[in-house]
Design a protein around this ligand. Structure first.
Ligand SMILES: [Zn+2]
Length: 289
C-alpha cells in the first residue's frame, strides 16, 4: 500500500515535472524567436523627408498639398502607421511596441506651410510628423513675414499650435548652422579648427535652440536633424548629452530598428521630391533591400 502510494506520488511528480519543463521550454523558444526576430534583423522603417508643402508647382524640395495628401492616403491604404519619435525611443529601450508597418514622416526647416497646409492633412488621416526647425528662422525671419505659405517660417506661436495638436513633435535643426555654402558645411567640424572650439560652438548653438523650444512648448526635443546631412563623429557625445535620442541624416537608405538605442542615431531618409508621383516615390522608399 505504502509502495503503491509512493509510486503514484512519484508518477504525479514526474508528470508535474514534465508539464513545468514543457512550459519553460515553450517560453524559452518563444522568447528566443521574439528576440531574434527583432534583435537580429530589425524592423523595417522607411523615413520620409519633406520640406515645403504648398501651391501647385512641385519642385525637388516642394510638394503640393495634393501630393502630400496622396502620400498619406497611399500609406493608410497600404497599412502603414506613422510613428512618433517617442514611440521609437521607447521601443529601442524595450518599452512598448511598434506597429506592424511603421513609417516616420519628417519635415525640415520649419516652413509656415507645415502648419497651414500639412497639419490639417495629418489630422484628417490621424498621422504624426516631426517638424525640425531652425532657431534663427523662427526668432528673426518669421517675425517679418509671419504667414505666407510660399516662403514664411513658423513663429513660436505657430510652433505651439503644432505641438498642441498632438500630431507634431518638434525637432532641432540647429539655431544658426543651416548653411550649405558658407565656411562650414552645416554643423560639421571644420578641418582646421580644434575640437574644443568646435564643441563649444556646437554646444552653444544646439543648447540655445533646445532651451527656446522647451521654453515655448514645455517639451525638450529628442530629435536632431543634421542640416544637409553633414555630420562629424566628434559631435556624438554632445548630442547624447543634450537629450537627443534620434538623429536624422539625408542618406537615402532603408533603416532597421532593433532593441539597441544606438540604431536611432543616424536614421536614413529619402527626400520626397515633388518631381516624383506618389507611386514612384513609395516604390523607391519601400524597397527594403
Ligand atoms: Zn534643412
Amino acid at each position: 500500500m505504502y509502495e503503491c502510494r509512493s509510486l503514484k506520488r512519484f508518477l504525479s511528480l514526474l508528470l508535474l515535472d514534465a508539464v513545468v519543463f514543457s512550459i519553460c521550454a515553450m517560453f524559452f523558444f518563444a522568447g528566443r524567436n521574439f528576440f531574434s526576430s527583432s534583435a537580429d534583423s530589425g524592423i523595417f522603417l522607411p523615413v520620409i523627408m519633406y520640406h515645403s508643402v504648398y501651391g501647385d508647382t512641385p519642385e525637388e524640395y516642394i510638394v503640393t498639398p495634393e501630393q502630400f495628401e496622396n502620400d498619406l492616403l497611399w500609406l493608410a491604404e497600404n497599412g502603414y502607421t506613422s510613428v512618433t519619435a517617442q514611440q521609437l525611443t521607447d521601443y529601442v529601450n524595450n518599452i512598448g511596441n511598434l506597429p506592424e508597418k511603421p513609417v516616420m514622416i519628417t519635415l525640415d526647416d520649419g516652413c509656415y506651410n507645415n502648419l497651414s497646409e500639412v497639419l490639417p492633412i495629418l489630422e484628417k488621416y490621424d498621422m504624426n510628423a516631426i517638424v525640425s526647425v531652425v532657431g534663427q528662422y523662427t526668432d528673426v525671419t518669421a517675425v517679418n513675414d509671419p504667414h505666407i505659405p510660399a516662403y514664411s517660417y513658423l513663429t513660436w506661436e505657430d510652433i505651439e499650435k503644432l505641438t498642441d495638436s498632438g500630431h507634431v513633435e518638434i525637432g532641432n535643426h540647429t539655431y544658426n548652422m543651416h548653411s550649405f555654402r558658407g565656411e562650414r558645411q552645416g554643423c560639421a567640424k571644420n578641418q582646421n579648427e580644434s575640437e574644443s572650439t568646435y564643441m563649444e560652438l556646437l554646444n552653444n548653438d544646439l543648447s540655445r535652440l533646445q532651451n527656446e523650444i522647451h521654453q515655448h512648448t514645455g517639451k525638450l526635443p529628442i530629435v536632431f536633424a543634421y542640416p544637409f546631412g553633414f555630420r562629424s563623429p566628434e559631435a556624438m557625445p554632445l548630442i547624447r548629452e543634450l537629450g537627443f535620442t534620434i538623429t536624422l541624416t539625408c542618406t537615402e537608405k532603408p533603416n532597421y530598428i532593433t532593441h539597441d538605442p544606438d540604431c536611432l542615431y543616424g536614421l536614413n531618409r529619402y527626400n520626397r521630391s515633388g518631381l516624383y508621383s506618389t507611386g514612384e516615390y513609395m516604390q523607391l522608399i519601400m524597397n527594403n533591400s
